[in-house]
Design a protein around this ligand. Structure first.
Ligand code: PFF
Length: 503
């Protein structure tokens, strides 16, 4: 049966608008800051291939499901699940899934905003010529000094969060379309210029083959991991699921899935628009930006003998080297970090929107009040990541607490205490909450919602396409997510609670 519901927040003007807005939400720090460093930490090509496979087999069908559910329910994720479940006489407790996914988005934003703030700070640095003629070591030490300064990080985090809240409080749709129309092509253009530059100056071939040479040993075996299967004779390289789980988590993260964002964006989508077509174009654009970002960053890693596996600082310690040595480098660097800031902003908006709309619908707040409350709460949680950037681990926090409480000589040798608050929030959200949310969304779309309603809402041209989508959300996506998630979880418990690494 066709639904006649309308969204109280209005509608996108057409499919191009939706494409632009959703691409803005999807393309962000995940493509340029996160993708290269997770590729680097998980050994390159085999990770990239696995991630691409997950985008197609898990990401796309769940993306379509989220947009479809949002358009059907026309409200916040919480209420949309409630309405659709009621319509099909199923348990209304499914609404809690909407609540859970909104919390995931909120948690991501807490650290996304800290990195977004760093990006603004880097735009300012590039503009003031800080990187001009800097060596690789110089760029690294600029980054380290910056990270060790929590006050500055906190200030930039505040700036990012305030700007996000200002945009959200005015309503997501105003301004978003225009920004994205210029933003995405410009960002891609600048990345391509960087790729051309790195191709010209250095190890482009090494960088490209790092991303495309498929060596599963690098993905599946890692030093000092918790696995049982041992690769080398001294027993230090062990089998691990972590790389596969990270590839899956990243597919969710980069496509903005499992946080209700695509549901909320779908709730403003006109009925005539083809969800399948637009979902495929968005996934393609997202993947393209990530691959091009990798092609710009890895050649610099190899030219300057840097470490691909250094982690979250990768983009901040590689690209400025190129900006520092190229013609018009300050201008290019400023433009690049500004564009990245806008890409992060259009994603941040999508991260907080489900919580804001939920507060509006459930608590009767105005949009402005809801944004203020959600923004302040998120800013506070973000402080954890500010201190994590300066290297504050759980061990340091416990030692400080022990000092306050006068507990002498606590023994915190276990490796779990090496983690920072940022690592914990990021792992719990990307490796647990997003996959669990995505799994349940697939189950809901495939099994709980009546096929009659999902067929009507997806409105695919050919029934075969519907059958393919249905097979993916009913069987393939949930099975893959389940197996990888459970294996990863068992390994995690083993690693942190049982296993002692070979040093
Ligand atoms: N997809 C965004 C990125 O790659 O940066 C991150 C993100 C944005 C996740 C919005 C979820 C979301 F709702």
């Amino acid at each position: 049966m066709t639904s006649e519901r309308v969204s109280h927040q209005g509608e996108w003007s057409g499919s191009l608008t939706f494409f632009l807005a959703a691409t803005g939400a999807v393309v962000g720090l995940g493509n340029i800051w996160k993708f290269p460093y997770v590729v680097g930490q998980n050994g390159g090509g085999a990770f990239v291939l696995t991630y691409l496979l997950f985008v197609v087999l898990i990401g796309l069908p769940i993306f379509m499901s989220e947009v479809m559910l949002g358009r059907r329910g026309r409200q916040s994720p919480y209420n949309s699940f409630y309405i659709i479940a009621s319509e099909d006489q199923k348990s209304r407790r499914w609404a809690w899934l909407g609540g859970m996914v909104s919390i995931s988005g909120f948690l991501i934003l807490s650290y996304y905003s800290v990195v977004g703030g760093e990006v603004i700070a880097y735009a300012v640095r590039a503009a003031s010529g800080t990187f001009t003629n800097q060596s690789a070591d110089g760029v690294k030490s600029i980054y380290n000094t910056f990270r060790d300064n929590p006050e500055a990080l906190l200030a930039w985090h505040t700036v990012f969060m305030v700007i996000t809240c200002l945009v959200v409080s005015r309503g997501v749709k105003h301004g978003l379309e225009k920004t994205v129309k210029i933003l995405i092509p410009a960002l891609l253009g600048l990345l391509l210029i960087l790729v051309a530059y790195t191709a010209y100056t250095g190890s482009f071939v090494n960088g490209a083959s790092y991303m495309f040479d498929i060596d599963f040993k690098k993905l599946l075996f890692a030093r000092n991991e918790a696995g049982i299967y041992i690769l080398d004779s001294n027993g230090s390289y062990r089998f691990t699921f972590k790389g596969i789980l990270t590839a899956m988590g990243h597919a969710f993260f980069t496509l903005s899935l499992g946080v209700g964002a695509m549901m909320i964006f779908g709730s403003y989508l006109k009925r005539e628009v083809s969800i399948a077509k637009v979902a495929m174009s968005i996934a393609f654009a997202d993947t393209l930006v990530a691959i091009v970002a990798g092609l710009a960053i890895f050649p610099i890693v190899f030219t300057y003998g840097l470490s691909a596996s250094q982690g979250p600082g990768l983009v901040f310690t590689t690209l400025p080297i190129a900006f520092g040595s190229m013609y018009f480098g300050s201008l290019m660097g400023t433009a690049f970090f500004l564009l990245l800031f806008f890409a992060a902003l259009t994603s941040a908006i999508a991260l907080i929107e489900p919580t804001v709309i939920w507060l509006v619908e459930r608590r009767g707040m105005t949009r402005v009040q809801a944004t203020a409350w959600a923004g302040i709460a998120c800013w506070l949680v973000g402080i954890i990541s500010v201190f994590s950037e300066s290297g504050v681990t759980l061990r340091r926090i416990f030692y400080v607490l022990a000092g306050f409480l006068d507990i002498p000589d606590i023994e915190l040798s276990h490796q779990i205490f090496d983690l920072t608050g940022f690592q914990i929030i990021d792992s719990v959200v990307t490796l647990v909450m997003l996959p669990v949310g995505g799994f349940l969304i697939a189950i809901f779309a495939g099994w709980i919602m009546s096929p009659q309603n999902s067929r009507d809402e997806l409105n695919l041209k050919n029934d075969l396409y519907y059958k393919i989508w249905q097979a993916l959300v009913r069987y393939i996506a949930p099975a893959l997510v389940f197996v990888i998630f459970v294996s990863g979880l068992i390994e995690w418990i083993y690693k942190y609670l049982v296993y002692q690494p070979v040093m």
